[in-house]
Design a protein around this ligand. Structure first.
Ligand code: PLP
Length: 395
């Protein structure tokens, strides 16, 4: 562990002292060679673990051919990745950017531009759900209404409304003639790993169809095989009109994507939006390599099996440590452990025993291992976490 008493970096991430020098699969190693079991996966990013040979090969090969040209020119790798995302989703068109927040921004802009192009510019408000997280750009924070993220940043009414997660009547009450879109995470991530109820999602879809509102799914965290299907919505029985993707799409290389139906995407005419790096050959070459691995039935079945295994182990711990743990939520390998005990203290306890986990809202812990995690590694993580619970019970 290296302490950095002074750092040139801004303090917005606090001052973490733990630092890693290399990674392999689900393992991370410090400079001193201490091994950590990574059940954080860079917050659901390194979906194929660290240094996956298919990704290394794609990056190495592309790095020797071409790094960057800009969107002034056709980018072969971006065309291919876009076509494959279209082929495997509800969407007809894709816009590439560099992060989840940018994918959300592009989606919000597409929604607004769609109604603008239809001669209905007043229809510009977007409704989000409580406990949502959509990123840290101005639009993304304004849409999520979390004062810890908004204070001192958001000016005036940025054009967003909010309804309580899962409450259809509250959503209906928020809708006006100016509502253009509804944005939701099919499985809320930062909010505490909360999958939306199927019946609720179906009702939201019907509401959107009825009122001509566009439905945007934020699959930045729950997408790209994390739940056992390429996109989480495939298991929830409802398709969106627009979808934001990022994180796992690059397996560790920054990339984001806004996927949309043809009619809606048509509003994004030449010059209406852009990104210097969006669809960059290096990022999209790696994105294609991620799809080479995850777009495989056996891979997706393994994710589901690993998810069941981890989930049943955590449910067993809940039964044995009822004073500390409340229950397990989630889908596939996007698992939340809802706690009675202080989640942050348990996460620190796990880190002290070389297991990396991530905090989420509602006093919960996220278990987000790389999707290649083995049952043996899951058993190891469960054994470490059990020790943490025992230590905590005795303290
Ligand atoms: N949307 C969701 C659901 C997320 O979980 C995140 C990041 O955690 C974002 C958007 C923002 O993504 P990024 O940090 O890549 O901008």
């Amino acid at each position: 562990m290296t302490a950095h008493p002074t750092s040139a970096l801004m303090d917005n991430y606090g001052s973490p002292s733990l630092e890693f020098a290399r990674g392999n699969g689900c393992e991370l190693y410090t400079q001193q060679g201490q091994r950590y079991l990574d059940f954080a996966a860079g917050i659901a990013v390194t979906c194929l673990g660290h240094c996956h040979p298919v990704l290394i090969d794609a990056l190495a090969q592309q790095s020797q051919r071409l790094w960057h040209t800009s969107n002034l020119y056709r980018i072969e790798q971006a065309e291919r990745l876009g076509a494959r995302l279209v082929e495997n989703s509800f969407a007809d068109k894709v816009f590439f950017c560099n992060s989840g927040a940018e994918a959300i921004e592009a989606s919000y802009k597409t929604i607004r531009r769609y109604f603008f192009a239809k001669g209905q510019p007043h229809r510009n408000r977007i409704v989000s759900l409580s406990s949502a997280f959509h990123g840290r750009t101005l639009g993304a924070i304004a849409s999520a209404f979390n004062s810890a993220h908004c204070d001192g940043f958001v000016v005036g009414d940025a054009g967003f409304d909010q309804a309580h997660f899962g409450d259809l009547d509250a959503l209906l009450a928020t809708i006006t003639d100016n509502t253009a879109g509804i944005v939701l995470e099919p499985v809320q991530g930062e909010g505490g790993i909360r999958p939306a109820d199927r019946a609720y999602l179906k009702a939201v879809r019907e509401l959107c169809d009825d009122k001509g509102i566009l439905l945007l799914f934020d699959e930045v965290q729950c997408g790209i095989a994390r739940t056992g299907t390429l996109f989480a919505y495939e298991q929830l029985g409802v398709e969106p009109d627009i979808l934001a993707s990022a994180k796992g799409l690059g397996g560790g290389i920054p990339i984001g994507a806004c996927l949309a139906c043809e009619e809606i995407a048509a509003a994004m005419t030449a010059g209406s939006h852009g990104s210097t790096f969006g669809g960059n050959p290096l990022a999209t070459a790696v994105g294609n390599a991620v799809l080479d691995v995850v777009l495989n039935d056996d891979f997706l079945i393994d994710v589901k099996h690993a998810g069941f295994h981890l989930r049943s182990g955590l449910e067993d711990l809940c039964a044995r440590f009822p004073k500390q743990l409340k229950g397990v939520t989630g889908l596939g390998l996007m698992i939340g452990l809802q706690c009675h005990a202080d989640a942050a203290a348990l996460i620190q306890g796990a880190q002290d025993k070389s297991l990396l986990l991530v905090k989420a809202g509602g006093n919960s812990i996220r278990f987000l291992p790389p999707l290649i995690v083995s049952h043996q590694e899951i058993n190891e993580a469960l054994a470490i976490f059990e020790q943490v619970l025992n230590d905590h019970a005795e303290a």
